[in-house]
Design a protein around this ligand. Structure first.
Ligand code: ADP
Length: 326
C-alpha cells in the first residue's frame, strides 16, 4: 500500500481537449481509493501562488464533455528557476499534498521531472497535448479531437478549392512534430503533407509538384505542419508564387481552433483510462513516470524516456499518403 494520502492535480502548458476527462478520472479514482485530492489552478503558477482547492467528486461532475481545462492552464517562467520550485514545494507541504499528477506536454513533464528530482516528490505525468509528440505512448490526450477538427476544416476548404481550381496550403499545429499534418492529410484525402521530420532530407514541395500534381487534378490541398523547420504554410505559398507562377495559391492557417471543442470518444476514454492508471501508479508507489498507452495496454514510461526520445513518424504513413493521392 502506498504512503501517499493527498494528491495534487494540475494542467500545464498548451491546453488539449480531454484534459477535463483526465481531471475527472484522477479525482474520482483517487477518492475511490481513499485518497484526498486538491485541484491546483493555472498549472505550476498555482502551485507557487497557492491557488488550490480541495476537490470532491462533485467538483468534477458534468465536465467530461467539455473542451479546455476547468483547472485553467498557464506557462510559468518562475517554475523554471530553483527558487520558484522551492516555493512550489513549500506550498505543497503547507497544503499537505504529497504527490502530484501533472497533465501536459513535453515542457510540463520536463518541469515535473526536475521538480521530482530536486525535492523528492512523487510525480506522475499524463500526456496531454494535441501534438502527439510524447515518446512511449501511442496517442496523447487531445490528439484525436484535434485531428477530427482538422478534417472538418479541410473538408470545407476542399469545396472551395475544387470550385476555383486552387492549390491550398493548410497550416496545422504540431510543434516540430508531423503527426497532425500527416494523419490529417491521410484522413482528409489531402494531396500531400509537409512535415518537420523530413524538412532536412528532401525538398518536400519539389517532391509534391514532381509527384504529379496537375496530372489528374486541378485543385489540391497540402497540409503543412507549423514549425520553424518547415517554415509554415506562408513560406510554401510564397515559393509556389515565385517558382510556379501558374498556380492559383491560397493559405489557411487553422490556428487555435484546433485546440478547442468537445473531446472525441477516443480522447474521453483515453483520458479516463490514463487518469485512473495514474492513481493505480501512485498506490503502487510508482514515481516520476508518464502513464502511456501502447497496443491498448497501460504502460509506465520514465520521464527521461518520454521527454528525451523523439517519437518517430512511421514511414508507412508517408507511403500511404503518397500512393493514395495520385
Ligand atoms: P507543454 O507542456 O504543452 O509542452 P510548455 O513547454 O510551455 O508546454 O511548458 C509548460 C510549463 O512547464 C512551462 O511554462 C514551465 O512552467 C514548465 N517547464 C517547461 N520546461 C521546464 C524546465 N526545463 N524546467 C522547469 N519547468 C519547465
Amino acid at each position: 500500500m502506498g504512503t501517499v494520502k493527498c494528491v495534487g492535480i494540475l494542467t500545464s502548458g498548451g491546453d488539449a481537449p480531454g484534459m477535463n476527462a483526465a481531471i475527472r478520472a484522477v479525482t474520482r479514482a483517487a477518492i475511490y481509493n481513499g485518497l484526498r485530492v486538491k485541484g491546483i489552478y493555472r498549472g505550476y503558477r498555482g502551485l507557487i501562488t497557492g491557488e488550490i482547492i480541495e476537490f470532491k467528486s462533485q467538483n468534477v461532475s458534468n465536465i467530461i464533455q467539455l473542451g479546455g481545462t476547468i483547472l485553467k492552464t498557464a506557462r510559468c517562467k518562475e517554475f523554471t528557476t530553483p527558487e520558484g520550485r522551492q516555493t512550489a514545494y513549500e506550498t505543497m507541504q503547507k497544503e499537505g499534498i504529497d504527490a502530484l499528477v501533472v497533465i501536459g506536454g513535453d515542457g510540463s513533464l520536463t518541469g515535473a521531472r526536475i521538480f521530482a528530482q530536486e525535492h523528492n516528490v512523487p510525480c506522475i505525468g499524463l500526456p496531454g497535448t494535441i501534438d502527439n509528440d510524447l515518446y512511449g505512448t501511442d496517442t496523447t490526450i487531445g490528439y484525436d479531437t484535434a485531428l477530427n477538427t482538422i478534417l472538418e476544416a479541410v473538408d470545407k476548404i476542399r469545396d472551395t478549392a475544387t470550385s476555383h481550381d486552387r492549390l491550398f496550403f493548410v497550416e496545422v499545429m504540431g510543434r516540430d512534430a508531423g503527426f497532425l499534418a500527416l494523419n490529417g492529410a491521410i484522413a482528409s484525402g489531402a494531396e500531400a503533407a509537409i512535415i518537420p521530420e523530413f524538412s532536412t532530407e528532401v525538398d518536400q514541395l519539389e517532391e509534391f509538384i514532381k509527384n504529379g500534381f496537375r496530372k489528374t487534378k486541378n485543385s489540391s490541398i497540402v497540409i503543412v505542419a507549423e514549425s520553424e523547420l518547415t517554415g509554415g504554410a506562408m513560406h510554401y505559398a510564397e515559393r509556389v508564387k515565385n517558382e510556379y507562377p501558374g498556380y492559383d495559391v491560397r493559405v489557411t492557417i487553422l490556428g487555435h481552433l484546433q485546440r478547442g471543442g468537445s473531446p472525441s470518444a477516443h480522447d474521453r476514454i483515453l483520458a479516463s483510462r490514463l487518469g485512473a492508471a495514474a492513481i493505480d501508479a501512485i498506490m503502487e508507489d510508482q514515481r516520476n513516470v508518464m502513464i502511456g498507452i501502447e497496443n491498448d495496454e497501460i504502460v509506465y514510461v520514465p520521464f527521461t524516456k518520454a521527454i528525451k526520445n523523439d517519437k518517430p513518424i512511421k514511414k508507412e504513413l508517408v507511403n500511404v499518403l503518397r500512393e493514395l493521392s495520385i
